[in-house]
Design a protein around this ligand. Structure first.
Ligand code: ADP
Length: 205
């Protein structure tokens, strides 16, 4: 089974590309969604977080109060490490489970939609690494105009991520999303064809 890593800086259009790939019939494993699901009410990680950081990290309805958890966890390396030690193994196990389920179902290619693919060195395990590339200034404008994000918040998030140069250097395929939204369609179609060819070649081995 082919593994396609899809990544890009915040606001680059990763989710937009993932949606187009899903429409083209490719299976998507969404890292952000898994990270949210492992801390849903009833999941063991949420109870462990409440034990470790205090019941105040829960909202009245039992869901996770992300802001409160962030205030308590991101104070120093020790607390951040504690948070990661609770969530990361669950995220990792669930991700592995989804890849295995796709493979067992005979899926030819899976797209792993993962913002931190390169930061975490996970691109090494992919057959193809796809980077959605947009200049940082354009991303700030889109995040502010279309997602209603605070401009300073958008800039701080971009500054906390690896540089566009490092992302491009790790890419096998760069999708240029600096133009209009429609300009993505042809690039994504070309990518789908490439994935189909790779999957057919792998199946023929
Ligand atoms: P990411 O998942 O990488 O953070 P999104 O796919 O959510 O990025 O895109 C960020 C914002 O920019 C969204 O509001 C999206 O609709 C918009 N967007 C995506 N591509 C374009 C484009 N080519 N032109 C203008 N806006 C775009």
């Amino acid at each position: 089974m082919l593994k396609i890593g899809l990544t890009g800086g915040i606001g680059s259009g990763k989710s937009t590309v993932a949606n187009l790939l899903a429409e083209a019939g490719l299976e998507i494993v969404d890292a952000d969604r898994i990270a949210r699901e492992v801390v849903e009410p009833g999941q063991p990680a949420l109870a462990e977080l409440a034990e470790a950081f205090g019941a105040d990290i829960l909202n009245a309805d039992g869901t996770l109060n992300r802001g409160e958890l962030a205030r308590r966890a991101f104070v120093d390396a020790e607390h951040t490490g504690l948070l990661n030690s609770i969530t990361h193994p669950r995220i990792s196990a669930e991700t592995t489970r989804r890849f295995a389920a796709a493979e067992a179902a005979g899926t030819r290619a899976v797209v792993y939609d993962m913002p931190l693919l390169i930061e975490q060195g996970l691109d090494a395990g992919m057959d193809l690494t796809v980077v959605v590339d947009v200049p940082a200034e354009t991303r700030v404008q889109r995040l502010v105009a279309q997602r209603g994000m605070d401009e300073n918040d958008a800039r701080a998030r971009i500054a906390a991520q690896i540089s566009d140069e490092r992302r491009r250097a790790a890419a096998d395929v760069v999708l240029d999303n600096s133009g209009p939204r429609e300009a993505l369609d042809a690039q994504v179609a070309e990518l789908v064809e490439r994935v189909d060819r790779m999957a057919a070649a792998e199946a023929a081995e």
